[in-house]
Write a protein that binds this ligand. Sequence first.
Ligand SMILES: [Zn+2]
Length: 66
Amino acid sequence: MADCADIANAVIENNVSSRLACRVSYQQVSAFECEYCGEMIPEQRRKLGGVTRCMNCQVAFEQGLK
Ligand SMILES: [Zn+2]
C-alpha cells in the first residue's frame, strides 16, 4: 500500500525525468528551416537547440493553431 511519501517520491521522480527529457531535446541540433512554413529560422533562435519551427509557427503551435 503506497503512503503519501511514496506517492510524493513518484511525483518527484516523474517531474525530474520529464525535465531531463526536455533538456535532452534542447541539446539537439536546430533545423535551418521551419518544418511548417519552410522559412529560415534565425541564428539567434537556432542557438536554443532543438528548434524546428520559426517564431510565428512556434507561437501558433503553442496556441494550438497548428
Ligand atoms: Zn514557420
